[in-house]
Design a protein around this ligand. Sequence first.
Ligand code: DGL
Length: 261
Amino acid sequence: MIGIFDSGIGGLSVVKELLRRHPDAGFAYLGDTARTPYGNKSRDTIQKYATEDVEFLLAKGATHIIIACNTVSSTALEALKEKFPDVVFFDVVHPTVDAALKRASEITGRKAKIGVIGTRATIGSRAYERLLQAGNTELEIIQASCPLFVPLVEENYLKRPETKKIVRNYLADIRQKQVDALILGCTHYPFLADLIRDALQKRVKIIDSPSALIDSIERTHPEILEGKGAQSYYFTDPSPRVQEIAQGWLRSPLKIERADL
Ligand code: DGL
């Protein structure tokens, strides 16, 4: 069974993409809504929380774990692999970087430029930057942390003029540098994809982690997506608000359960 976890509700963007392509796949989702956000926390704290999240999912019978959270993928992947050597982990950074490198390889005659946006912890970890550079030393990488995006998405401020302004502000440098591709390095950012696209030149390829991740699992471990399985949703703080947002995003009624870590 697949375990999927995130710092909160954002990882449902991965569940949404998974269900769009494999509606019967069996999984348990854990959202740590009691301790979200992770994106402003220290690496030690994020690793501690992520370890507890994984332990919970293993106790539920997970054998393969999707780290839907970009902050955890950027700061805790190696620590988790070391702590749980028998578990197969899928993070969101590697497949997203692969998609960006593919785009970069299409640029000829000049340096390709890749933008990366994420939480403070993700950008501060330089995980995207390091992997991009390992794949192509010629790249120009422009990064920006966008800490206001997560609360704006959670408040459903998706089409508001205030949000449009904030998006343009955060992306000013990335727009000015005329990047070839932009990595949306956070679970919540796909919900702002239209505004982000409008703030940049038309030719910029937008790379979001849910699609890149599911593409890569389909290629490497298609067997775990096959068949019919139970689908459970656990949250450390299963409040009515969480229920409302989760149902709105997934567009279906959900039974959410409390997770005690
Ligand atoms: N899930 C986090 C991420 O993808 C965003 C929310 C948070 O900061 O916890 O980086």
